[in-house]
Each structure stands twice: as C-alpha cells, then as structure tokens.
Design a protein around this ligand. Structure first.
Ligand code: PFF
Ligand code: NA
Length: 455
C-alpha cells in the first residue's frame, strides 16, 4: 500500500491538472451532444436549466470530487474506502467508486462509436466529399455510415485502440503537451464556424433558439436530461475527475481550478450551439433531428465555405482529439483499479478494459441499423434503441446518483476538518461552498429527480 502511494505520479503543475481535466471535460459532450439534446428539448429553457445545474450542482460537486481524489491518492474505489475509514465510517463507500467504474465502461462503449463517426468524417472532409452537400445529401451520407455496421466497427476499433495506447502508457506522458496545443486550436476553429454562421443570415435565429427562454417547452424529461448533461459534460459523478484529482499537486487551489474547467467547458458548448443552430435554420433542417445533428449541419457548411476541405479536416481532427482526451479519462478509473487491486501491469489493465468497452460498443454499433427499435424506458423516456438506453442509464441516472453520493459523503460523512484542510479556502468561501454542497446541491438534485419522474 505505502509503496503504491509513493509511486503515485503527480501532474507537474496546477496548470497541467487544469489541462488534463479540461481535456476530460471538453469532448463529444460539448460539440455533439449539447447541440442535439438542446435541439430535441426545445432550446432556451433547456439551456437555462442546464446552466443552473452547472452552477448550483456541477461546480460544488466537482470541487468535492477533486478533493476526494486528492486526499485519497488512489484510484476512485480505493480512495473512497480509505477516506471512509479515515473518517470512521464503513469502507462500504467503496461501492460508490465501483459504480463509477461501471459507468465509465458503459459510457466509453458508446462514446467510442460516436468518436468513430468523427474519425470517418476526417477522411470524408479531406477527400473533398463535403462539396455541394445539401440537407438531404448530408443526411444520406451520415445515414449510409450508420447503416453500415462493419464500417462503424472499423472506426470504433481505431478509436478504441488509440485510447488504450495512451492509457497503457500512463495518462501523464503526452497528454499534457497535446491538450496545451490542441484545445486552443479547437476553440479557434469553433470561432471560425461561428463566424461562418454569422454569414448565413440566420445567426440571430440560432441564437434566439439557444437563449430565448420559453418555459412552456420545458418537459420533465428535458429537466432530467439537462441535469444529467451537466454531469456528463463536466465528467462528474463517476470518478474520472476523482482519478485525475489524485494526481493534483497539494498546493493547487481546487476552487479556482474547478471554475476554470467549468467555464471552458461551458464556453465550448455554447460556441458549438452558436455555430450549429444558424446552420440548422439556414438549411431548413430539423433542430430536433437527434444524434446526427452536428454530423449533418457542419459538413454542409464546410462544403460551402472557402477553404472548407481544410477547415473541415482540421475541425474533425480536433473533434477526434477532444473525444480522445475524454475517453482516456473514461477508462482511467477502471484501469487504475486493476493496477492497484489486481496487481496488473498498466498496459494489461488498459487493454483488458478496452476489450470490454469495445465489445459492449458493438451494441451501439448495431443500434443504428439492425437493432434499432423504440420502446419506453424509465417511465416517460422514449428511446430509439440500445444506444439511447445506455446514454439515459448513464447520464440521467448513474452520473447524477454518483454525484449525489459524492455530495453526501463529502458534506455529511467526511470529517469537516479534513474537508476544510484539503480545500484550503478562506473561512467565508469554505462555508459558502459547504452549505451549497450539504444542502443546495443534494436537495435540488433530489427535487429534480422526484419531480421529473413524477413521484
Ligand atoms: N465530459 C465528456 C464530454 O463532455 O464529452 C464526457 C465524459 C468524460 C463523461 C469522462 C464522463 C467522464 F468521466
Ligand atoms: Na464536456
């Protein structure tokens, strides 16, 4: 045990932790998922609920999750056990880490398939295949990909291997430098796309859709989706941020770091929305078109704009990259656990977990063609098949419940002195956060759940 602790690597600086955690946060959730679920849930009111969830639930819980990781100094499962015992309660809290590991594996299974779409679109863009696309032909292009399980499996495999290779070598090497250059590049490319959206003449219509709040459009499911997405987009509630927090230097401020990550993540999502919705309206597309939204709208724009093959290629490369840095954090908790508890070599652990996520990913691959079916799940939720089931199960249920458990553990179970010591905030700042974490976040979370599920 003690030599594991000594061997536990550290990020080289606070800045590196910010980069790695931002790499985890910013991903498909911002650019693929946020626009399509915003479209499906009617826009502005949904976005407002999502932003409130980020501020009142996501940020306080993110601070707690980082804190648990840094104090625990191990993989999430073992950190939770150690911290529970340290505060004189049952080591059974380790199950919390266990659920997180499972959530990470389930999310990775479909995340990798969607990232595969982006890999395939790198090649489409580079080959000039976006030229002259219309709403109809762009939809048909995506449809052809989704209807071809073998092709989807190929891209899914490539992305899975890419992720496994990095995790096998240890998350530190390479990741730092890569995030430092490619994240700002992604940001710039999004600005280019927002610039293009400005030129369509439909910019204000898109912005209105995103920000004009109309509460009559807000369904109970929309509220739950917004809550779940706040967790998904910040990589919260499953131990990913906890695992990264365990590598964070002691002197770094958890509060400042959390704000930095949450602000960047939110900005990227809103920019993606501002780039995409004007295109939706300019091309007479359906805002609620579903998971294909980004992969239909942006290619049309790249096909029309000056230098579109270049920008399109760079954009999808950066999207794959953003997905990659997130995927790494999805399988890190499971990998770290195998290394610590099963005495596995890091590489063996990473490849074993990837084998599992790859196999499970085939369910998502098939759900876009042969296994697509609709049914009711969890009361009012309508799904389009297994992909949706996995998505709803993880984002709407596992992550928020994991987050609730993190809030309750940190706010009510852990000794206050330990929490205060680890956070290192001023008395006033600490008290404010502590009350949010103990009362506001859990009660709001519970209320949204109970209200939306109609109990
Ligand atoms: N935050 C990532 C995104 O927005 O794409 C997805 C994610 C990564 C969720 C890691 C959960 C996680 F642990
Ligand atoms: Na995100």
């Amino acid at each position: 045990m003690s030599n594991q602790k000594a061997a536990h690597e550290q990020w080289s600086s606070r800045f590196t932790f910010v980069l790695a955690a931002t790499g985890s946060a910013v991903g498909l959730g911002n650019i693929w998922k946020f626009p399509y679920i915003t479209g499906e849930n009617g826009g502005g009111a949904f976005v407002l609920v999502y932003l409130l969830c980020i501020c009142l639930i996501g940020i306080p819980i993110m601070m707690a999750e980082i804190l648990l990781g840094r104090r625990g100094q191990q993989s999430p499962i073992n950190s939770m056990r150690t911290l529970a015992l340290e505060s004189g309660t049952s080591g059974a809290w380790a199950w919390l880490g266990g659920i997180g590991v499972l959530a990470g594996i389930l999310i990775m299974s479909f995340y990798s398939v969607i990232a595969g779409w982006a890999v395939s679109y790198v090649i489409e863009a580079a080959s000039g295949h976006f030229n002259g696309l219309t709403g109809e032909t762009a939809g048909a292009k995506l449809g052809a990909l989704l209807g071809d399980p073998l092709q989807l499996t190929l891209w899914h495999t490539i992305f899975s291997v890419m992720t496994a290779v990095v995790v096998a070598r240890g998350v530190r090497s390479g990741l730092e430098k890569a995030v430092r250059i490619l994240m700002p590049a992604l940001f710039v490319l999004l600005l280019v796309m927002v610039g293009y959206a400005l030129s369509t003449g439909y910019f204000m219509q898109g912005v209105n859709f995103l920000f004009a709040v109309d509460f009559t459009k807000l369904t109970p499911e929309a509220i739950l989706t917004a809550l779940g997405h706040a967790f998904f987009t910040l990589s919260l509630g499953m131990g990913a941020i906890m695992a990264y927090g365990s590598y964070m230097p002691k002197e770094a401020s958890i509060a400042k770091t959390t704000f930095a990550i949450a602000i960047m993540d939110t900005l990227v999502a809103l920019l993606a929305g501002m780039a995409i919705f004007p295109l939706v309206f300019a091309n007479g597309l359906e805002a609620g078109a579903g998971p294909g939204l980004v992969f239909v709208t942006l290619p049309i724009a790249f096909g029309e704009m000056f230098g579109g093959a270049f920008f399109g290629t760079v954009f999808f490369v950066l999207l794959v990259f953003a997905a990659w840095t997130s995927a790494i954090s999805l399988i890190e908790p499971a990998t770290a656990w195998l290394v610590e508890n099963r005495d596995m070599k890091r590489s063996t652990a990473a490849y074993s977990i990837t084998t599992v996520t790859w196999l499970l990913g085939l369910i998502t691959v098939m759900s876009f063609s042969h296994w697509s079916f609709g049914f009711e799940f969890a009361g009012a939720q309508k799904t389009d098949g297994m992909f949706d089931v996995l998505d709803i199960l993880t984002s709407t249920f596992m992550l928020p419940l994991g987050g609730l458990a993190i809030a309750l553990f940190t706010g009510w179970v852990m000794k206050k002195a330990y929490v205060q010591d680890e956070l290192g905030l001023s008395q006033g700042g600490f008290n404010f956060w502590y009350q949010l974490l103990r009362w506001v976040s859990p009660l709001l979370l519970a209320y949204l759940f109970i209200h939306s599920l109609g109990f």
